[in-house]
Write a protein that binds this ligand. Structure first.
Ligand SMILES: [Zn+2]
Length: 276
């Protein structure tokens, strides 16, 4: 009886992909494999594990090798650490991680809220990684915060040169999303859209069905009803439901659309999916 009940729950679950998780963060050291299993149990069919530094990208590559066709790694340097971006060493390291199977460059971008690195250094590291994306024909995972004009300009320029990517954990403003959408990019929403203070469902509706992604950004930003706890990929299901509500769609529809979009953007090969 319990077997039948479990199967019914699994089948009724939307099958989604977490397009952005920091699974190699020390916050997962105690239960990383269990978190991957909980994602499967919740209906997840894959997760993009973000390498936000060369060291994290190495760990992401190892984790990806342990879960072929389920965990996919990226490689890049976060804007917070842009001051340490070494033009002699880091592009070569990222190229090598791409050769070993990393599906994207990033996360990289601009963060003028924290300004952990001087802004010119942030722009230099971001430009170098956009250039690498063009060279390696890989998409870019972009972090942007209070850097609207510079992000919009750099994304527009890279997009015009054929680079594709996603504005991850996006919260606005809308004109930055529009600049990215115009050059064929994607926009990803996180658990922030489940928070009580979220008041921009228009932004969620402004992204076309075929450019929409969802993500956990775990271990950060746990969605309601788990807000304040360590986040994990399985809980993207709550964000799927909230995005669906904002768009007047069924959760299954949003899970399917974001799943297809994530596979298309990152070129993921997932055994159960024939979509490309
Ligand atoms: Zn992130």
């Amino acid at each position: 009886m319990s077997t039948a009940a479990k199967a019914a729950v699994r089948i009724s679950m939307p099958t989604f992909i977490d397009s952005h998780a920091h699974l190699c963060d020390p916050a997962f050291d105690e239960d990383r494999d269990a978190a991957v299993q909980r994602l499967r149990d919740a209906g997840g069919i894959g997760v993009v594990c973000i390498g936000e530094s060369i060291a994290a990208a190495e760990r992401a590559a190892h984790l990806s090798a342990s879960y072929p066709g389920f965990v996919f790694a990226t490689a890049g340097v976060h804007p917070h650490d842009a001051a340490d971006f070494d033009l002699d060493r880091d592009p070569a390291a990222i190229r090598e991680l791409i050769a070993r199977g990393a599906v994207a460059i990033g996360e990289c971008g601009l963060d003028y809220h924290y300004d952990h690195s001087p802004r010119p250094m942030q722009r230099r590291a971001f430009a170098a990684q956009l250039e690498l994306a063009k060279e390696t024909n890989r998409p870019v995972v972009v972090h942007t915060r209070q850097a609207d004009d510079d992000t919009a300009a750099m994304v527009a320029e890279a997009g015009a040169a054929g680079v594709r990517g996603v504005l991850h954990c996006f919260t606005g403003p809308r004109r930055v999303a529009e600049a990215a959408l115009r050059v064929g990019w994607y926009v990803s929403f996180s658990g922030i859209v489940t928070f009580k203070k979220w008041d921009d469902d228009d932004l969620i509706r402004a992204v076309p069905d075929d450019r929409l992604l969802v993500e956990s950004d775990s271990p950060y930003l746990a969605p309601v009803p788990n807000r304040g706890r360590r986040n994990e990929p399985a809980w993207v299901s709550f964000t799927v439901a909230r995005v669906a509500a904002a768009r007047g769609a069924e959760p299954d529809t949003i899970a399917a659309a974001t799943r297809r979009n994530t596979i298309r953007l990152f070129g993921l090969s997932i055994p159960s999916e024939s979509e490309s």
